[in-house]
Design a binder for this molecule. Sequence first.
Ligand code: PMP
Length: 417
Amino acid sequence: MTSQNVVDLHAKARQDYEAFKARGLKLDLTRGKPAPAQLDLSNELLTLPGEGLYKSADGTDLRNYGGLTGIPEMAEIFAEGLQVPAAQLLPLGNASLAVMHDTLVYALFNGVAGGEGRWIDQDITFLCPVPGYDRHFALTERYGIKMVTVPMTDEGPDMDVVEELVAGDASIKGIWCVPKYSNPTGASYGDETVRRLAAMPTAAADFRIFWDNAYAVHHLTDEHDEILDVLAAAAEAGNPDRVFVFGSTSKVTFAGSGVAFFGSSAANVKWFTGFLGKGTIGPDKINQLRHVQFLKDSKGLAEHMRKHAEIVKPKFDAVERILSERLGGTGLATWTQPKGGYFVSLDVPEGTAQRVVELAKEAGVALTPAGATHPYGDDPADRTIRIAPTFPVLSELEVAIEGLATCVLVAGYEKQL
Ligand code: PMP
């Protein structure tokens, strides 16, 4: 039996929806891209390194081949943010995703340092905290690796679940982690989570944590989430080679024309470099020089990130304000309030996420497909929607979130009818 109240609420939401749709808008909330105003912050890069400037601090001519492990000045700038000693942090090409891909392929074809043979010869499994980053899952799926989900909490993956799984199943070789301002919930891992990940007994002796610290320096306010140093924690726990750290300047300077990083223990860096050198004689060191000139040091980096926050924070505020106004108290949605990163995760009533995305599409608002936050694109509860607020200008974002809220109401009340 449906109460008259729900019938009325649904009718009103439907009316709002039709009015929104009639505006014939075309808005895009799909991918976490920096807005043009953010890219403008780094325009100085377009004229760097500048006439006659092509040498690194130690006098190396960066125009030439060589320098496989990147220029040390670039590592210095990010060592603090990524929590990797500069000597073990390699500035590489333009995409951390490519570095993750290659690291996985090296492990598949060769096994990891001190490992137990090639991963490709074994049935292997990765743990995937959900909701998580779709490209991690797509990469893992592409290489035939089985994925097992673990629920995310506000403090990172549910460690009781993780510990039990890795202790009992030797096929589990890895876990994907976005430890700070995670994609898409914005949660940062608690110290206890990091300690347990670093120290937990694993049935596979060659277990690795893929620590994708993509949002290490991407704070929205002056109140920064800080996470425990996972490399140090792993070393202390007697697992010095457990962690591969990844990061990039994709959302610091130019997405697609930045610098990516690989960081790990000395043994793992040696392992990684051995394969890296078979595929390239060296990275784009001129781009690295440009970045060094532009960002200067970790202080320069922090100042630059504050400018990003000035642009991005009002957008996150708008998402919070509109979702609260339109959906607060309805019992139809919960959402995250990140202090950094690029996403907000919106949970709608079970079984309605796809419907919300479909309604939004029909009304001209493109959202990341429902399910994208889960391996195989399958969110069994059909509940989670990722919101990427950074790219549209504020006025367009506000309209898009209004439209999204209306779609949540339509789908939510529709389910109750
Ligand atoms: N990791 C995470 C968690 C991301 O959200 C993104 C971008 N959406 C990336 C990696 C991609 O980084 P890159 O541009 O360095 O490949």
